[in-house]
Structure formats: C-alpha cells, structure tokens
Design a protein around this ligand. Structure first.
Ligand code: GLP
Length: 269
C-alpha cells in the first residue's frame, strides 16, 4: 500500500491525472473502474484536462447503484457517472457500465455484471472513494471480504451522509447493487482518494487498523498495488504519516527532513 499525502485539491488533481494518463499511455489501462462521491471528482477533472483519444477509448465500470431509483433522477449513479465521467472524458456511453438497480431480477443483474467485467478482461485500475463507515462501493461493515456483486442494505450512517443529495432523508434508497469486496480486489490496481476530516477515522482504520469486515476498506491491505491519495485532513489520524511522506519524497527525489538515504525507495506494495 502506498500512501500519498498532498496539500490541496489541485495537487490531488495533478497527481491522479498524471498517474492515470501514464498508465494509459504505457498500455496498462484500458478498463477503468469508476466511483461516485465527491472525493474522486478531482481525478476525473485531472483526466479530462489531459484528454487524449486513448482516454476517450476507455471502457468503464461503476461500482454501484441504488435499487429502485429512476435513472432520470440526478442522484442515480447512472446519472452521476454520465455527468461526472462519461461526458467530461468523452467516453462512448456504450462502453460505460453501471449495475442495473432497476432490474426485475437483481440477483441475475448482479451475476450479469460480474460476467460483463470478466468478458471485458477485468478492471485494470479501480478508482475508489471511502464512506465514513469505511465502506468502498456500498460494501458496509460486516460485508464478506470475498463478496461479489450483490444487493446490500445501506448503513443508516450512509443514508444520513447521502441525504444531502435528496429532497428528504427518507428519500435515500435503502438498498443498492454493489460490486463486492472480492470483485474490487480483482482489479489489477487500486487508486483511492479521500479528502476532509470526516474521512480521517475511516482512513486510519483502513490503512493502519486490523484487516476486518468492520472496516471494509481495510481489505485493500490485501491488494498488491493499492495507492491511497489523501489531503492533510483525511490523513490527520494516521500514526505513521511521517513514514508515508518520507517514502513519497524519496520516490520523487524531493528533499525531505527525514531523508537520510537518498537512494531509490521501494514501489507501492
Ligand atoms: C457513496 C459511494 C461510495 C463513495 C462514498 C463517499 O456512498 N457509494 O463509492 O466512496 O459515497 O462519497 P464522498 O466522497 O462524497 O464522501
């Protein structure tokens, strides 16, 4: 796991935009996993500013969708992904996939979604945000660490957090269709972004806490190529932030107060 702590949203935009474009240009990224929420927005802005035809040729898979919310609703993830990802990145809508939370048979839709990801060759890079409950996608605490795409019930905390997007708290759907933690772990590479103090506890649990279904994002500790990009506020409860800054500075060849050995440091793992 590599932890990158950056000062501003602009820095996050630059770092993640450069990072993803490099992966695309190097031929390692054809299928992008996309997340909703405010934290990944700088990623999409950064990539839109660096747009090339190869960016426009990406296939995308979203993590999740509410169950029973009409796709014309501006907060359905079909609508959010179209607005925040498909349009700015000029992707072919036929190659942008979101779980079908309105399918008559949700279990079949979940299985179909898994098949579609497999048929596409799998996700090369998965972008993630994190919920205050430590969820990724909509995998709430106690989700199986091996779970696949399925119907889940949102935590009350998540419904409260997402109430800001709806006219009334009771209008937040209570069910969702979400990729599982096992599905997410299948991505070749993970890029998580978290900003703000409200994420500090979940990030500390995910990065430095035990591997536990009580903090679903802690499952990223099992992934060999996970990068977690944070602002100072989201990083504020990490115990080892000096070490993360030291490693990052070393990789970039930047002078850092803790830098004793200017040799090359290890890559993310
Ligand atoms: C929703 C999404 C998650 C996202 C989370 C946090 O619950 N299902 O994928 O990570 O929101 O969103 P934000 O970054 O806006 O706090």
């Amino acid at each position: 796991m590599q932890i990158v702590i950056l000062a501003t949203t602009d820095d996050i935009e630059t770092f993640t935009g450069d990072y993803i474009l490099n992966r695309i240009e190097a031929g390692h990224l054809r299928v992008l996993g996309v997340a909703t929420g405010s934290s990944p927005l700088p990623v999409y802005r950064g990539l839109a500013k660096r747009w090339t035809p190869k960016v426009g040729a990406l296939t995308a898979f979203a993590l999740d969708e509410y169950v029973g919310l009409d796709y014309s609703h501006p907060e359905s993830y079909h609508a959010v992904v179209d607005r925040e990802v498909t349009q700015p990145l000029r992707l072919d809508p036929m190659r942008v996939h979101v779980p079908d939370g309105n399918a008559p048979d949700l279990d079949a839709a979940a299985a179909d979604y898994e098949s579609l990801i497999a048929q596409s060759g799998g996700v090369d890079l998965q972008i993630l945000g994190i919920g205050t409950t430590g969820h990724i996608g909509f995998n709430e605490p106690t989700s199986s660490l091996n779970s696949r795409t399925r119907v889940k019930t949102l935590a009350l905390q998540t419904r409260a957090d997402n109430a800001r997007f709806f006219d009334a708290p009771e209008l937040v759907p209570s069910l969702c269709l979400t990729q599982g933690l096992g599905t997410i772990l299948d991505a070749a590479e993970i890029l998580m972004v978290a900003q703000g103090e409200s994420k500090a506890h979940a990030i500390a649990q995910a990065v430095e806490g035990p591997l536990t279904a009580m903090c679903p994002a802690s499952v990223l500790q099992l992934h060999p190529r996970a990068t977690i990009v944070l602002d100072e506020a989201a990083a504020s409860e990490l115990l080892h932030s000096d070490y993360y800054r030291y490693v990052f500075a070393q990789q970039r060849g930047i002078t850092h107060p803790g830098l004793i050995d200017p040799g090359r440091s290890a890559t993310a793992n």
